[in-house]
Design a protein. Structure first.
Lengths: 656, 272
């Protein structure tokens, strides 16, 4: 029936790939999930049976071709199966961020007109029910976890398990219809619609075709030589394009196994148990891991500390060279091998990264020290540059050509060009079809020849051909005296300090630059503990004079480094303050992918910005906060503003 | 007992059955001190029943009478329509009554998993010797018990601390582990002694949700002592109020709230 071997040429959709995988590696594991303390696994054949049952059940519930089916939940096999089942029915899956509050969901559900919503658990059901007060298009809610669901009105609600059971029971009625539907899927039909998190304005629905996803998956998988035996851990939000490409696109193209953690809290343990060979994480995760290691080393015995620091120093020198295949003296190799035995090996095992063959970081710039730490351990960590509109991949780093300050050369099939104002443009088979119901934005972003504006300013290094990104094109501005202002450049330098979680730099059209700083509670809290500094809250710790002094020294260091750069030396920070609350997506200050929404921060904290520029020494403020359950409250704080030492401009010195 | 209704449906649609446990004229003395004086009340099947009162009112003593730890000098305890003879606590546990403690009584050096496993002891059939040899029957039994325990770990969302020694956990989580251990015994009646004491608002909210879920999901009858009036009034179906070892009120949260004796006991009254 469905298990007829599809020829290579006919792999035009995810369901086609699924059929191929069942016949090619039917008995190999396709999905694993840790539940009840044990890794449960499904082979490709079993996964296909589950997906088919969901699809039949969806047909029974009346899913039509072209319907939008919203998927909301944490990474679980059943959620991935639901996406593929939707595709089998000819419907379009629309994964949503599970931590979005009801209002945010309402916009997306209204915009795509989803008739069906498949959710993970009661928490999501509650949100969808709240959304239904304003959005009328939702026909059916299907939930996976039955817990707490017994008392709900089930007239338009079903458990996923029941949908599957009904589907199986009704298979004789719907088998033919289902097969006809997925077999008729074409290369240019919509594969998935993903909403961009939108650093500016409303989220936009990015329509990606089967061609986009499959071509991109194929090119990138071949680039890194991914194999059917590879393992990934699926833990990043399902609504993010990266997860769709890694856990569905590439997984179905190459046939590797997708592992789902037990819960968000067990991610690190699960990572260690699975030991993925293909791993992706934003810099933030690598940073957390490194911070944890360093905190634990502080508590270790003196001998262990000595061992760690001696061998890490050696690794820093030799490790990256070994990874890049450069020549290293025999003595150094021997010492590295010893280090591997005593330090690097066990450490990699603890981090769950022993088996990583291909590791990527992206989304944000990664600090050179952080990057080198992992590279020196012998982990093949690389950078890539991408966005939703490109089906992720624009540039990637080749093995052996890895650096922390560039993002690599174009992925096979991608063309790059740099506009006169420095903005990066690309064209590739992965370029999105359109923004859903938003023709204006589509033409703004994509021109007639298929070139897409990234919105990032950057340049291609002439010697290496690698792309280097400076900042968001629209954030790059001029200061009052006409010097170049690139906030991200400075912010990234600040964020490379473990004590600083987030930074926002201001200075466009102003005489000097100033900054908001968010402290990292784990790192600073641990430091406070070791120095016997008592604090009752985040706010109190953030305002502690010693913390301020430490942050000030960090800012001064950054100023020194910024001053080195002729073009950007105007971006040195003159004054800063440490914010009394963490910037948070629930308050709209950040996107769900944790990127700062500059404009909203500027509006919300306008009083603080004024204080930074009017020279006052302290400022009192009241800030509205949103709790996880959507309730609102406010916090009051008096913040201290600090002046920072600034290095004289090199041009001015020359002029004097 | 016959004159009582066989049960009713609560506002939120839960089914409350007939009387499960009845305390008849209980009096408990420690030497000359009368801890409980002639108290009668009942607990119905499927109900969340709270016992409240000022400090020293005799609430914990009452819970200890129910759990069989104290034996009252006067009065009778009826369970499932039968008069309960004087029992040892483990015999009471075998009858399907489990409890948590006011000051957490977990094995600090053992992992969360092992602590919860001890809750399954009453359900284990192999003896200590068989378990020590760890072959055949004992191993199969442990696997089966582990499965039940894992379901509870999943239910109370403590997967991330499964292998962590209890001693290293913060207070709020310890309380949750204790609840997990009590639940592992699959009790019909669950006794909670101040489940929210010393918790912050968020932890209290979580704990309240778990208590409601336990009641809903496993149809477990719950009797709890709690000082946080907001929690008590929100959670419970009926409330017993004690003061100086006497019962001064009994009824739904609304009835109790408007009871003059209760108001006096809590706010104090001028003795003239």
């Amino acid at each position: 029936m469905t298990t007829t071997a599809a020829s290579e040429g006919a792999l035009v959709s995810i369901p086609h790939l699924l059929a191929r995988n069942v016949s090619a590696f039917g008995d190999k594991p396709a999905y694993r999930e840790k539940e009840f303390g044990i890794w449960q696994s499904w082979t490709w054949r079993e996964a296909e049976a589950e997906i088919r049952a969901i699809a039949l059940g969806l047909l029974e519930l009346g899913v039509e071709k072209g319907d939008f089916i919203a998927i909301i939940g944490r990474n679980r096999p059943a959620m991935y199966w639901s996406m593929v089942a939707a595709q089998m029915c000819g419907a379009v899956p629309v994964p949503l961020y599970q931590d979005a509050v009801a209002e945010e969901m309402a916009y997306v559900l209204e915009h795509c007109g989803a008739r069906f919503v498949i959710v993970g658990d009661q928490e999501q059901v509650d949100k969808v029910i709240e959304v239904q007060e304003t959005v009328t298009g939702i026909d059916q809610i299907i939930y996976h976890d039955r817990r707490g669901m017994r008392k709900y009105d089930h007239t338009h609600m079903n458990a996923l398990g029941d949908v599957q059971a009904t589907g199986k029971a009704a298979h004789e009625r719907f088998d033919k219809e289902l097969d006809a539907r997925w077999q008729s899927l074409g290369y240019d039909d919509t594969c998935v619609m993903l909403y961009t998190s939108g650093t500016t304005g409303r989220p936009k629905g990015v329509v990606l075709s089967n061609r986009n996803i499959i071509e991109t998956s194929k090119n990138s998988a071949e680039f890194d030589n991914l194999l059917p035996g590879d393992e990934v851990l699926a833990y990043l939000p399902m609504a993010w394009v990266g997860d769709f490409i890694f856990s569905i696109g590439q997984a179905y193209w190459t046939g590797f196994c997708v592992n789902c953690p037990e819960s968000a809290g067990t991610m690190m343990t699960d990572l260690r148990e699975i030991g993925p060979s293909y791993y992706f994480a934003p810099p933030r995760i690598f940073e957390t891991q490194l911070t944890n290691v360093m905190i634990r080393m502080e508590d270790a015995s003196r001998f262990k500390k000595w061992l760690f620091h001696t061998f890490m120093a050696h690794a820093k020198e030799v490790g990256p060279k070994l990874l890049d295949g450069q020549s290293v003296s025999g003595m150094d190799k021997l010492k590295y091998a010893l280090g591997n035995l005593f330090v690097y090996g066990p450490l990699k095992n603890t981090l769950g990264l022993s088996k990583v063959r291909v590791g990527y970081t992206a989304g944000e710039a990664i600090g050179p020290e952080l990057f080198d730490f992992y590279r020196s351990l012998g982990i093949n960590l690389k950078q890539l540059y991408g966005q939703t509109e490109a089906s992720v991949f624009i540039t990637q780093q080749k093995d052996g050509e890895v650096r922390s300050d560039t993002v690599g050369t174009p992925t096979p099939g991608v063309e790059l060009k740099i506009a006169d104002n420095g903005e990066v443009y690309y064209r590739s088979p992965g370029v999105f079809v359109e923004y859903f119901k938003n023709a204006d934005s589509t033409t703004d972003t994509k021109d007639a020849e298929g070139w897409v504006a990234t919105g990032d300013a950057g340049f291609i290094e002439p010697e290496t051909g690698q792309l280097r990104i400076i900042d968001r094109a629209k954030d790059v501005g001029k200061m009052a005296d006409g010097r170049l202002f690139a906030p991200k450049y400075v912010e990234n330098k600040l964020k490379f300090f473990p004590n600083i979680l987030e930074a926002v730099v201001f200075g466009a059209d102003r005489a000097m630059c100033t900054a908001f700083i968010n402290i990292d509670l784990t790192a600073v809290g641990n430091w406070a503990e070791r120095n016997n500094i008592a604090y009752a809250s985040y706010q109190e710790l953030a305002g502690h004079p010693q913390v301020l002094a430490t942050i000030q020294s960090h800012v001064e260091e950054v100023n020194e480094s910024v001053a080195q750069d002729e073009m950007l030396s105007g971006c040195q920070i003159h004054r800063f303050l440490v914010l009394h609350k963490e910037l948070d997506a629930d308050d709209g200050e950040m996107t769900r992918t944790r990127k700062v929404r500059r404009r909203i921060v500027e509006e919300k904290f306008a009083d603080l910005i004024n204080a930074l520029y009017d020279g006052s020494e302290t400022v009192s403020t009241v800030t509205e906060v949103t709790y996880e359950d959507g309730r609102k409250g406010s916090i009051k704080a008096t913040l201290e503003l600090r002046d920072v030492k600034v290095l004289a401009d090199q041009q001015q010195i020359a002029a004097e | 007992m016959k004159d009582m209704a066989d049960g009713y449906i609560t506002e939120d649609g839960r089914k409350i059955g007939g009387v499960m446990m009845e305390m008849k004229n209980i009096t408990l003395r420690f030497g000359g001190v009368v801890a409980i004086k002639d108290i009668s009340f009942d607990i119905r099947e499927g109900e969340i029943r709270a016992i409240i009162g000022p400090n020293g009112a005799g609430k914990s003593s009452m819970l200890n009478v129910i759990s069989g730890f104290y034996h009252p000098q006067e009065g009778e305890v009826w369970f499932h329509g039968k008069k309960r003879p004087s029992m040892k606590p483990y015999q009471v546990a075998q009858q399907g009554i489990a409890r948590t403690f006011q000051n957490i009584a977990l094995f600090e050096g053992m992992s969360v998993l092992d602590n919860v496993m001890t809750g399954r002891l009453t359900h284990m059939k192999t003896n200590m010797f068989q378990q020590a040899i760890w072959w055949g029957k004992a191993q199969a039994e442990e696997t089966a018990q582990r499965e039940k325990v894992e379901k509870i770990i999943d239910f109370l969302e403590i997967q991330h601390i499964r292998k962590t020694p209890v001693g290293r956990l913060p207070y709020g989580l310890k309380k949750r582990v204790e609840l997990a251990r009590a639940l592992a015994a699959e009790p019909k009646l669950l006794l909670l002694d101040e489940p929210m004491a010393g918790m912050n608002v968020e932890e209290k909210e979580d704990m309240s949700r778990f208590i409601l879920d336990v009641n809903d999901e496993f149809s477990t009858t719950i009797a709890l002592i709690e000082h946080d009036m907001g929690v008590v009034m929100d959670l419970s179906d009926r409330v017993v109020v004690m003061d100086y070892g006497k019962k001064i009120g009994d009824g739904t949260p609304d009835e109790v709230r408007n009871n003059q004796d209760v108001i006096d006991a809590y706010l104090g009254v001028a003795h003239d």
